[in-house]
Design a protein around this ligand. Structure first.
Ligand code: OFO
Length: 173
């Protein structure tokens, strides 16, 4: 059972996760445009994870008898000054998502809704991982300091990233 308030907040979270997907696709396009296919692969995989995050909430709302309401997805940033600027934009996005998840968790706790609290724990852990991931990549980029060999090495590393097995393009099942 979902209160109107929790249902609205869960729906807003679906929108934010789709916005993340859109943002990471924009970053994918940026790296495609400068021919860094490993970086582009990294963000393409990241976008597919965000799709999975959105659909996981979509399915959860339906499972507990709520109603999904899809809203307009905002336009993402499409111009970037540098590789570092892309990753800093991504980290800012992840911080925003973490705040939103924490706020949702606060609401679920206030309402004593154990099903939602249990469901959201996965997202709390996921956000810790995502912020750690982007923080580490930003530290690496700062060390590389625009050195061409360093960028190419990182490009090869990021080319190896694959979507987690549970992720498909169409569903969270
Ligand atoms: Fe959905 O974790 Fe990133 O935004």
């Amino acid at each position: 059972m979902l209160s109107k308030k929790l249902q609205n907040e869960l729906n807003a979270q679906i929108n934010l996760e789709f916005f993340s997907e859109y943002s990471y696709l924009s970053m994918t396009a940026y790296f495609e445009s400068i021919n860094l296919d490993g970086f582009s692969n990294f963000f393409r995989v990241q976008a597919s994870e965000e799709h999975f995050h959105a659909m996981k909430i979509f399915d959860f709302i339906n499972t507990i008898g709520g109603k999904v309401n899809l809203e307009t997805i905002n336009k993402p940033v499409v111009e970037f000054d540098s590789i570092l600027n892309v990753f800093e934009t991504a980290l800012a996005q992840e911080n925003r998502v973490s705040e939103s998840i924490n706020h949702l968790m606060d609401t679920a706790i206030q309402e004593n809704n154990h099903a939602v609290i249990s469901f959201l724990k996965w997202y709390v852990d996921e956000q810790v991982e995502e912020i750690d991931l982007f923080t580490n990549l930003i530290a690496k980029l700062k060390l590389i300091n625009n050195d061409g060999n360093g960028i190419l090495l990182m490009n090869s590393e990021l080319a190896k990233r694959k979507a987690a097995p549970e992720i498909t393009n169409t569903s969270s099942e």
